[in-house]
Design a protein around this ligand. Structure first.
Ligand SMILES: [Zn+2]
Ligand SMILES: [Zn+2]
Length: 752
């Protein structure tokens, strides 16, 4: 083409990093280049996408601006680097072959929910993929869970055994097609298929028939098996609970669309956006009263976990009007089952039938759980749809592996400015979970080509993850649990200076060997000072007390000098013989360990208020207590703060006295709940004020499992903001131990 002499040609080399492979990035760039009429090429390599473009400066600038501003829907651009080079006189734009080296860190995309184009084709009787359960394109479909190795190319995924038919390979090779280089591209002629066990003519109809009949069906999905049953049927849900040995812990449900979700839960605009997002997590939503959903799905809980279909198979299975329990296919807290054989062996006692398929799941990946707090995402479990997208680190890190803690385990593989947080692994209390952890670590090291030089782990000598770290032949950095929580929320926000951290959870190993959990820290990345804590109380019988809020209640009443009156529910709940043993234990300090755990205080208060005397899952007492809160009550119990040798001690005794009086006087539990929650928020603010006076620090970080309680977190944040504190809440990783590894990684990095 002719160009005026006055506008010289420039050639620019661009390097795009982020999630730019397997998401239709090259066809997008190709289309953009053709539209803006510039010459050059685009290709994939181990670090991402490389582009060279040649035209006048203004055209090149417009191209780069358009690339930054838009991009294909599933791409996530982290950075575009550019340099100008010698023009070579290209006259057209091409997609060139991929270059792969042994090193490099091209990101692997999380799995993506079915896109609208694919859904349209799925339901179009004229389309060649009509009702094909594995339809996908460059904008959607499986990614992380099928990736065995990088680069992300079909032979490196579990799609390798399926040879594309003529029609599919034509799409795959056509640069302007939505399926250009869509690695999992397939159709019913050439791709994976579903089948029922025991065999049935139409496997999808068979699964629907079984569920309608009240049976439990094991369904192979994207990151593992689900156990599904009719959530509207009490007997079906009871059957699943009985078989799974899961007494009361809530189940999540799947419904076909947003409208049905609205009929069973209250959904605001932010929650609707999250439910329909490409990540498609389970969203915790306020339950509606008197719906079709069985009370047994989430008993005593104010919230219901709801998700929408995220694979074409789900879309075909779940029809409007259906509400299905979809819970991870596993026994109690073991890792999720992923293979057909394993499902038959391990889920045999749980399921009446199976719906399986022959596309292997390479990476087990549970559903994510997210909620909305104050208008933004608040993660509870960061897994499918999010992992393995990295969390940006606040400073450059050497290669580090952080093992996380024990419950809700995840790990973090960090290097440079990327913190690759793993998917949810499970509770590291058994060898199955430890095996899953080891496999996932090896996979991450291989995938991101990061060889850790250091391992960061929890201070707790008894954790399986700590013991595992010590068996590796690498230097180990031990990180105090509550420090890791605060560092985690700091890292998310890119904070560099110290903060006032409230690290409230159930349990964590303290530097003095006692059980911490109600900690006030002045924390940076390198270190922390414990400037305050909840007043210590004996944990009678050690961990056994965790299952018995009634015992915790009696211990707290004892510490506060409040008599064990028979009018108080935990007193009457325990037989006299047990109370006698407890009295001896507490008076003489036998078989007790002191704890400053805030989680245990919530347990105790829930028991005193008459909500829960014993629990069957973690945090149950606090969850059911929160569910009963009367939102119209404005009162608050008063906590004392005492100061000894500069250490602030939060003493709940006055609050417990008022609370016990309210209980005896027959005050409503919702009122008591409101007063207690606001009391905790107030004492956090008052403590923060004292630390601010002493240190001048004005930023407060809230972390730890107790802050999964959104009533408490919202009240605390609001009160702190009113007093001009800047408040850091978790937005990328969970406040519970699922976010611990990020904190461990940045602490270890800062100490190098
Ligand atoms: Zn699609
Ligand atoms: Zn095909």
């Amino acid at each position: 083409m002719e160009r005026p002499m006055s506008t010289p040609l420039i050639r620019r080399r661009l390097r795009v990093s982020g999630i730019v492979q397997g998401v239709g990035f090259r066809p997008f760039v190709y289309g953009l280049a053709v539209d803006t009429r510039l010459a050059g090429f685009v290709g994939n390599d181990t670090d991402g996408v490389f582009i060279e473009i040649e035209s006048e400066a203004a055209t090149l600038d417009a191209f780069v601006a358009a690339l930054e501003a838009s991009g294909p829907p599933a791409a996530r651009i982290q950075r575009i680097d550019s340099e100008d080079i010698q023009p070579v006189g290209d006259t057209s734009f091409r997609i060139v072959a991929s270059h792969y080296a042994e090193t490099g860190t091209a990101l692997v995309s999380p799995d993506l929910r079915t896109c609208d184009d694919c859904l349209r084709e799925l339901h179009d009787p004229e389309d060649r993929r009509y009702r094909y359960p594995f339809i996908n394109c460059t904008n959607c479909g499986p990614r992380f869970t099928i990736t065995e190795r990088t680069p992300y190319d079909r032979p490196n995924t579990t799609m390798q055994p399926f040879e594309m038919c003529y029609a599919c390979s034509a799409e795959y090779r056509e640069p302007t097609d939505r399926r250009f280089h869509a690695q999992p591209n397939a159709c019913s002629e050439c791709g994976p298929s579903v089948r029922a066990i025991p065999p049935a003519g139409d496997p999808i109809a068979d699964a629907r028939r079984r569920i309608a009949a009240g049976e439990v069906v094991a369904i192979k999905g994207l990151g593992g098996f689900h156990l599904a049953c009719d959530a509207a049927s009490d007997p079906a849900v009871a059957l699943l609970r009985e078989r799974k040995g899961r007494v009361e812990k809530p189940f999540a449900v799947m419904v076909s669309n947003l409208e049905i979700a609205r009929s069973i839960s209250l959904i605001d605009a932010d929650e609707a956006r999250l439910l329909t997002s490409r990540e498609r997590p389970i969203v915790l939503l306020a339950k509606r009263a008197n719906t079709a959903v069985s009370e047994l799905v989430a008993p005593g809980n104010g919230y219901l976990g709801v998700m929408l279909p995220y694979t074409p198979l789900h879309d075909l299975l779940i029809e409007p009007g259906d509400v299905w329990v979809m819970t991870s296919g596993n026994l109690s807290e073991e890792p999720i089952v992923t293979t057909n054989i394993e499902a038959i062996v391990r889920l045999g006692v749980l399921a009446d039938g199976y719906l399986v398929h022959d596309r292997d799941i390479h990476v087990p990946c549970d559903d994510s759980v997210v909620r909305i707090l104050d208008g933004a995402e608040y993660p509870i479990r960061r897994s499918r749809g999010y992992a393995p997208f990295p969390v940006p680190l606040p400073f450059e890190s050497p290669p580090i592996l952080a093992t996380g803690g024990e419950l809700k385990a995840t790990f973090c593989l960090a290097a440079g400015y990327d913190g690759f947080m793993s998917q949810h692994i499970g509770d590291m209390e058994n060898l199955e979970t430890l095996d899953a952890f080891t496999r996932a670590v090896d996979h991450f090291i291989d995938l991101f080509r990061i060889e850790p030089e250091v391992i960061a782990t929890d201070l707790h000598p008894g954790y399986l993850s700590t013991k595992w770290a010590e068996r590796q032949s690498l230097p180990v950095v031990k990180v105090q649990h509550h420090h890791a929580h605060i560092a985690s929320v700091m890292a998310e926000h890119g904070v560099r200076d110290s903060v006032i951290g409230f690290s409230f959870d159930g349990t964590g190993y303290g530097t003095d060997g006692t059980i911490w959990g109600g900690e006030v820290l002045v924390a940076g990345y390198e270190g922390f000072e414990r400037v305050g804590h909840l007043k210590a109380t004996p944990l009678p019988g050690g961990d056994a007390a965790v299952k018995s809020p009634a015992k915790m209640a009696l211990s707290y009443l004892h510490t506060a000098g409040i008599p064990w009156s028979a009018d108080l529910p935990p007193v009457s709940a325990l037989p006299e013989t047990e109370r006698a043993v407890l009295t001896t234990q507490l008076d003489r300090g036998i078989n007790t360990v002191p704890t400053t755990s805030m989680g245990r205080l919530f347990d105790a208060v829930s028991a005193i208020a008459g909500v829960r005397q014993s629990v069957t899952y973690e945090a149950q007492a606090a969850i059911e207590f929160e569910a009963l809160i009367d939102r119209s009550e404005g009162g608050a119990y008063t906590f004392a703060i005492t100061e000894r040798d500069g250490l602030l001690v939060i003493d709940p005794s006055p609050a417990l006295r008022s609370l016990a009086d309210d209980v005896v006087a027959g005050e409503a539990v919702g009122v008591i709940g409101a007063r207690f929650h606001r009391g905790i928020a107030n004492v956090i603010v008052e403590t923060a004020e004292r630390v601010r006076m002493r240190t001048g620090l004005t930023t407060v970080g809230l972390s730890g499992g107790v802050f999964q309680n959104v009533t408490l977190t919202h009240a605390t944040r609001t009160a702190l903001v009113e007093r001009d504190f800047e408040v850091l809440l978790h937005r990328l990783v969970p406040p519970n131990d699922g976010g611990l590894a990020l904190g461990q990684a940045v602490i270890a990095a800062a100490r190098r």
